[in-house]
Design a protein around this ligand. Structure first.
Ligand code: CUA
Length: 310
């Protein structure tokens, strides 16, 4: 890992250049106006100092001047607004083919779960050149998943999912930080992002998979262990094809069954009761940890069969 001091971290993702160009522009703009003001202060201070012969011209209102120094900054900041918004939009819309990895923050470590099975702590292995989406939540307080070399940083919140995505562009090992003060060991909540060639990544995945069931398989086990299967499909809605479909709730709302909906339904079923079903599902809050919720979600997502009977 790069331990040298540098003003800019390495650029190792598809978002790096966008962020750096904007940052460089803001930096140059600020430097330009700061210098301009300093030079003028010194120059005018000397030229019109008390014992100078030169007399300042009588001041008078100049509309042209007023309009100029209103319009020019206005155009500049509106430009910056659209520029930065376009980058923000790019960062918040993850590609449909992005590979999904679950991240859980807890005091004080980062856990990652690959859908294929492997879990890691304070590390994340990703292939180069493929878009990666992180589905992140926290087990306790607010953390923030920060990979400087990728120019991405996203808060990780307890009780809901947040996301970020990137396409690594350079093989290597990069810093991972927690960027939100989260308690005594916050500064130790660090790790490594390992970007590998596709073939090496597949080898790593296969090697790591050997002793881990896939996330969906682990979820399926939980599904039967908690006897979800005894109701779902009959007295409760089937899970097949549920993910990302529209659901009519008993309180009249229609919602999309996304990650946060599934999470709420698992942990707090009464709040998301589907129209036409009895309120028999208990709350599983406190019985399932974040990893298990993710595994159940992965299992539910894997049930793509469009045999919905409600
Ligand atoms: Cu986790 Cu700071």
């Amino acid at each position: 890992m790069d331990q040298r001091f540098r003003l800019f971290p390495e650029q190792a993702s598809n978002l790096g250049r966008d962020v750096d160009q904007l940052y460089l522009f803001l930096w140059t703009l600020t430097a330009f106006f700061t210098l301009l003001i300093f030079v003028l202060v010194v120059y005018l201070g000397l030229r019109y100092r008390r014992r100078s012969e030169a007399m300042p011209p009588r001041s008078h209102v100049s509309n042209a001047l007023e309009i100029t120094w209103t319009i020019v900054p206005l155009v500049i900041v509106i430009g910056i607004f659209f520029w930065s918004t376009s980058i923000y939009v790019k960062m918040s819309r993850y590609p449909a083919d992005a590979m999904n990895i679950y991240i859980i923050g807890k005091q004080w470590m980062w856990k990652a779960q690959h859908p294929a099975g492997p879990r890691e702590i304070n590390a994340l292995h990703v292939p180069v050149g493929r878009p990666v989406k992180l589905t992140m939540t926290s087990q306790d307080v607010i953390h923030s998943y920060f990979i400087p070399a990728f120019r991405v940083k996203q808060d990780v919140l307890p009780g809901r999912y947040s996301y970020q995505w990137f396409t690594p562009t350079k093989v290597g090992t990069y810093h991972l930080f927690c960027a939100e003060y989260c308690g005594a060991q916050h500064s130790g909540m660090v790790g490594e992002i390992v970007v590998m060639e596709e073939a090496k990544y597949q080898a790593w995945l296969t090697g790591a998979v050997r002793d881990e069931p896939s996330a969906a398989a682990a979820g399926q086990k939980l599904f039967y262990q908690y006897q979800c299967n005894t109701c779902h499909g009959e007295r409760a809605p089937t899970m097949a094809g549920l993910y990302q479909s529209k659901v009519q709730l008993s309180d009249g709302r229609t919602v999309v069954a996304d990650d946060n909906y599934l999470r709420e339904s698992i942990l707090d079923a009464p709040a998301t009761l589907v129209a036409g079903y009895p309120p028999i599902m208990p709350s599983y809050r406190g019985q399932l940890n974040e990893e298990q919720v993710n595994q159940l979600m992965e299992y539910i997502k894997s049930l793509k069969v469009p045999e919905r009977n409600y």
